[in-house]
Design a protein around this ligand. Structure first.
Ligand SMILES: Cc1cc2nc3c(=O)[nH]c(=O)nc-3n(C[C@H](O)[C@H](O)[C@H](O)COP(=O)(O)OP(=O)(O)OC[C@H]3O[C@@H](n4cnc5c(N)ncnc54)[C@H](O)[C@@H]3O)c2cc1C
Length: 426
């Protein structure tokens, strides 16, 4: 089933609670104008409304049109880099604070789902499949660190045999299990956040692309047919930012990632493939990630490109990645295929900050965007409400300009990405 305004994805076909929001066609006023209707923008808007702010959300397309409505739905624990790397970068104390913020993100997601009764198939558990001897021993070291230094006793390393008993592929030589990681239906979670925001008094406008805003106080945010005068602006456009804000564009690189959904496999075949509803990803640079849907399909993400535009045959592009892991699925039809755009930073840490006291942004979650975007939105709200401490911890992470900045970042980045994805294949 096609849903107007959304890519033809499995998520759109199984969307719950779609709601058509109006287009902005007049002059409005608000305390805060949020640009972007994904996890970042909606989490910020909802948290701000709960704090008593009068909020407008402007979305260029439909709610969840961006990565939030298209992504894999895997919510890993911690930041994008594991605590072993974070300790090397920042030392234990800061790594611990950032770990705790990531745990707060998972709690926020669970609480939102419960409080607003969001029907988004929230499930627990994640397995990391180790694909190369380079990572042998990593799972055990990480599980020990989390248990001993982070009060997180929910992970353990898995032997090849244990992994094989959970996932029917021979490709993983070891594994890492996290029983408190999560998965969800990302579009339904996004739509649920939007409903909750609406119910909390947020005015949401779809098909209302922001064309620019003034650098004044208050700010005037313009769309083709209307405008919003607001004391604060929050930018939550991530990989879809385009040319809207050149002052932050040079620190992120938009990249495209792709997914497929098989036909329903039937309960028995699905559970022969994966013994549960947990999420799985591997340790490749261009990561493969997958899980079962509640109607027993395999939802599989793999492959990315680094240019404007998707491959003409997304199904043909992603399917070989799936067959490499699961050659036994050669006879299975692919019912849906789609792509989305996310933003990565040079060091894969998220990029949060203020361009002016009244202009906040959060972006660059580098493939770890569900939990990070949700907590980023909440922290922006806290900061606007006068409590910037937790926001500043995230905003203090060093995020470098891509070589070449906004205009010339592509060639070097693309070469780098291609180098690492080639290493995957070797
Ligand atoms: C295929 C894919 C798989 C992924 N898998 C995972 C995963 O399994 N786990 C995970 O944690 N992360 C994953 N990610 C990353 C994650 O989806 C993103 O980091 C996250 O959704 C970002 O949320 P966001 O709200 O910041 O941005 P988005 O959801 O991209 O939303 C930005 C919104 O801003 C709007 N916008 C842009 N410009 C304007 C404008 N001028 N005016 C008004 N609106 C505008 C866009 O239309 C868009 O709706 C994946 C991403 C992709 C693409």
């Amino acid at each position: 089933m096609r849903v107007a305004g959304y890519p033809d994805s499995y998520y759109a076909a199984t969307a719950q609670g779609l709601h058509e929001y109006p287009r902005l066609d007049s002059k409005a006023r608000a305390d805060v104008c949020v640009i972007g209707g994904g996890f970042t923008g909606l989490s910020a808007a909802l948290s701000l409304a709960e704090l008593g702010f009068n909020v407008v959300v402007l979305e260029a397309e439909r709610i969840g049109f961006g990565a939030s409505g298209r992504c894999g739905g895997l919510i890993g624990s911690g930041q994008r880099k594991d605590v072993l790397e974070m300790e090397e970068l920042f030392g234990y104390e800061r790594s611990r604070v950032l770990w705790d913020l990531a745990e707060a993100a998972k709690t926020e997601i669970r609480n939102r789902v419960r409080k607003h009764a969001i029907d988004c198939d929230l499930q627990e558990g994640q397995l990391v499949g180790i694909h190369t001897p380079r990572y042998l021993g990593w799972a055990a070291e990480l599980a020990t660190a989390l248990n001993e230094r982070y009060d997180y006793p929910h992970t353990r390393s898995l032997s090849h045999e244990e992994v094989r008993s959970l996932v029917a592929t021979d490709r993983f030589i070891e594994g890492f299990w996290d029983s408190h990681a999560l998965t969800l239906h990302p579009l339904n979670f996004t739509l649920g956040l939007a409903r909750a925001a609406r119910e909390a008094g947020v005015r949401i406008f779809e098909n209302s692309r922001v064309t620019g805003y003034t650098r004044s106080d208050p700010v005037t945010v313009s769309t083709a047919e209307g405008s919003v005068e607001a004391a604060f602006v929050v930018l939550g456009c991530n990989g879809y930012l385009g040319k809207l804000e050149s002052r932050v564009a040079g620190r992120i690189m938009p990249i495209n990632n792709f997914m497929i959904a098989t036909e329903p496999l039937g309960r028995e075949r699905a559970y022969e493939l994966i013994r549960g509803r947990f999420g799985i990803h591997d340790t490749r640079f261009v990561v493969n990630y997958f899980r079962l849907s509640d109607d027993h399909r395999l939802l599989f993400g793999g492959g990315e490109n680094y240019r404007a535009g998707f491959p003409s045959d997304i199904r043909g592009f992603v399917r070989p990645y799936m067959l490499k892991l699961f050659p036994q699925l050669g006879d299975v039809n692919i019912d849906y295929w789609w792509g989305g755009t996310l933003a990565v930073t040079v060091n894969r840490l998220p990029h949060l900050g203020r361009l002016k006291p009244n202009l906040y942004f959060a972006q660059g979650y580098s493939g770890h965007g569900i939990s990070t975007a949700v907590i980023a939105g909440k922290l922006v709200a806290e900061a606007i409400n006068g409590n910037p401490e937790r926001f500043d911890v995230m905003a203090d992470m060093p995020i470098h300009l891509f070589p070449g900045g906004t205009l010339l970042r592509y060639p070097g980045m693309v070469l780098g990405m291609l180098y690492y994805s080639l290493k995957d294949r070797l």
